[in-house]
Design a protein around this ligand. Structure first.
Ligand code: SF4
Length: 299
């Protein structure tokens, strides 16, 4: 693996045979094309494997590659309830072009209702911890439930995207999700290479990419980027010192976005367990974006 240490394995030391098997696979496919990795993974794990898609161009390239290998490939998405309308258009396009019934996963209604009723719909702008609480309920927990039913999942992460992703391997043991296998077929691709694949193969892509967006997420938490800015600059742009992750690709507590102590103060982000707004209010605040309502217009 060229000396790389996957960032998804910081919690526990890796000594067991399963981890060695995964590391061997990572080494085997490090210099292979993404399609070769997907072909192996589909043979190995389908139908207990699914591609995670959120609207990004990377996920679309992976879907296209995998579909060419096995048209029965599974695709899922986390519908947070705050996605821009263009994301639904994209998933409709996937259905029509590939005949793939994208599996939509939803957060628990009671958890969302409790958090939003207590903290307001635009809580994410007030504090990092509140933003993480929203991500926990709308993304992290639904993902955990989904992955509990799978043996492997595929993500569109690339090493050049952000500092938290520079050490990802193409095959990882995802200890945050029960030790299933996580595949990052595009780990060593550049954004230009992904776009070249998408254009060459007429792959559908998210409309917002033509409006200056470089990374797609929930409407209130994503904006276009300026020339020269990094791909992730448009995600949670009002946060200055965080790792711009939501916890689905790595444990945010391990990244320093919020300490475990702080997270415990608000009840581990679970709104029904007594986490109160007083504790939240005492945590570190972020700068407020210029006009949150402007962002809401897109949701
Ligand atoms: Fe909530 Fe924003 Fe996270 Fe989406 S990205 S779950 S709206 S904080």
């Amino acid at each position: 693996m060229n000396g790389r240490e996957p960032i998804h394995e910081p919690a526990l030391p890796v000594f067991d045979e399963e981890a060695e098997w995964v590391h061997a696979a990572a080494e085997r496919f490090e210099n292979a094309h993404a399609s070769d990795l997907l072909e192996w993974a589909l043979a190995e794990f389908h139908p207990r494997m699914a591609i995670s898609a959120a609207g990004g161009v990377d996920g679309m390239a992976i879907i296209d590659m995998a579909w060419r290998i096995n048209p029965e490939v599974r695709v899922f998405t986390l519908d947070t309830g705050r996605l821009p309308p263009e994301t639904y258009t994209l998933f409709q396009n996937i259905r029509e072009k590939y005949s793939i019934n994208v599996e939509f996963e939803y957060p628990e209604t009671d958890a969302v209702s409790s958090l939003v009723s207590r903290e307001g719909p635009n809580l994410m702008y007030r504090a990092v911890e509140l933003r993480l609480a929203c991500c926990e309920i709308r993304k992290v927990i639904p993902l955990k439930k989904k992955l509990a039913k799978l043996d492997a999942w595929v993500a569109g992460l690339r090493r050049e995207q952000w500092r938290t992703r520079k050490n990802i391997a193409k095959v990882e043991l995802d200890r945050d999700h029960g030790g299933i296998v996580k595949l990052n077929p595009l780990a060593d691709w550049t954004a230009d290479e992904v776009w070249e694949y998408v254009r060459k193969n007429d792959v559908p892509y998210h409309e917002l990419f033509d409006q200056g967006y470089a990374s797609i997420g929930c409407a209130p938490c994503t904006r276009p980027v300026q020339p020269g800015e990094s791909e992730r600059a448009g995600r949670w742009w009002w946060e200055q010192e965080t790792d711009k992750e939501c916890g689905i690709h790595c444990s945010v507590g391990l990244l320093g976005s919020a300490s475990d102590r702080e997270r415990e103060q608000i009840g581990g982000f679970v709104p029904d367990n007594g986490g109160g707004s007083d504790a939240v209010a005492s945590l570190s605040q972020t700068s407020t974006p210029g006009d949150p309502d402007e962002n809401e217009a897109a949701s």
